[in-house]
Design a protein around this ligand. Sequence first.
Ligand code: NAD
Ligand code: TDX
Length: 331
Amino acid sequence: MNILVTGAAGFIGSHFVRTLLSGGYPGHEDDRVTVVDKLTYAGTLNNLPPHDPRLTFVHGDICDAPLLDKVFPGHDAVVHFAAESHVDRSVTGAEAFVRTNVLGTQALLEAALRHGTGVFVQVSTDETYGSIAEGRWTEDEPLLPNSPYAASKASADLIARSYWRTHGLDVRITRCANNYGPGQHPEKLVPLFVTRLLDGQPVPLYGDGSNLREWLHVDDHCRAVRLVLDAGRPGEIYNIGGGTHLTNKEMTGRLLALCGRDWDLVQRVADRKGHDFRYAVDDSKIRRELGYAPRWSLDDALRGTVEWYAAHRDHWDAPEEGADGGHTRGY
Ligand code: NAD
Ligand code: TDX
């Protein structure tokens, strides 16, 4: 199988590609992977194997239709991770979110249609549902996104579904809870707090810290994406949960303990605008239909994540935005 993976110089897509190339997904040992990534501030080639004969890296923008026409032929499936992914950035500048997340997704769908690409996995997020005071969202829940980021992802999901309904493209959508793990950009809560706490720097806790998130290790998310790629049904949506719900204050307490720091490093700062209070998904569908179950316990995986950041302090220092490190295949 030849798989086109977008955004795999970033946190989650790179984990998916590294795992696939190292034989972690049975049945995919002979797959070839093409990565298309723009190498924004969020992407780095440090996240990908430097020399793997089964991997081709294309430095490019998913909005670039002529480029996609050159890259798409010969691929059997698309796994679409590329996105502007940070909520706070969407609050101060939404344009890039609409461009990449909505128009970029549409450009990919159109290319998949033109080139007869078999399966299109749209990697999305539980934030498209909005915020839920109690209970859990099923896949039938209406979309009520609150941040420009979440709205751009919800828009992309709807466009993707329309290509299935209108054109019969085999689109499968995943909606996952908050991820954590090695290699996440230190703008997100867990890596921001870990990198700062390891250096004895203060960390900014928004509002009163009572907002609640459902946490999932990136490896569990990627395994679920692979199950959807292999056995998901066309036009279907699959929630992916972690089952571990923590308030931000509780998560902060765990990170302080793992980094050997005290609460005096925690600064209460102004709340995020429009801050969603609580996310929680019902993922019984993917468990029932595809046999998904998370494998990582929060305690072990969070400890491993802290250890990874302690051992990889230079991970984000080297690459400049747009640097391709000489890996790029020319088009
Ligand atoms: P990330 O920000 O770490 O990586 C995004 C990648 O996309 C980067 O490598 C970046 O260079 C690339 N990119 C951005 N714009 C591009 C463009 N126009 N063309 C080509 N490449 C471009 O993101 P992530 O945390 O790995 O998230 C991956 C996907 O998973 C996203 O679609 C996100 O919405 C979704 N998701 C993330 C989480 C989470 O907790 N991080 C949870 C659920 C779903
Ligand atoms: O400095 C901070 N202080 C703080 O209190 C940051 C960066 C975050 N927070 C809070 C806001 C959230 O309630 O922590 C929680 C988690 O924040 P983020 O790590 O920014 O994640 P979130 O906004 O929940 O969105 C994430 O999960 C869903 C990802 O960034 C999205 O890409 C994904 O779709």
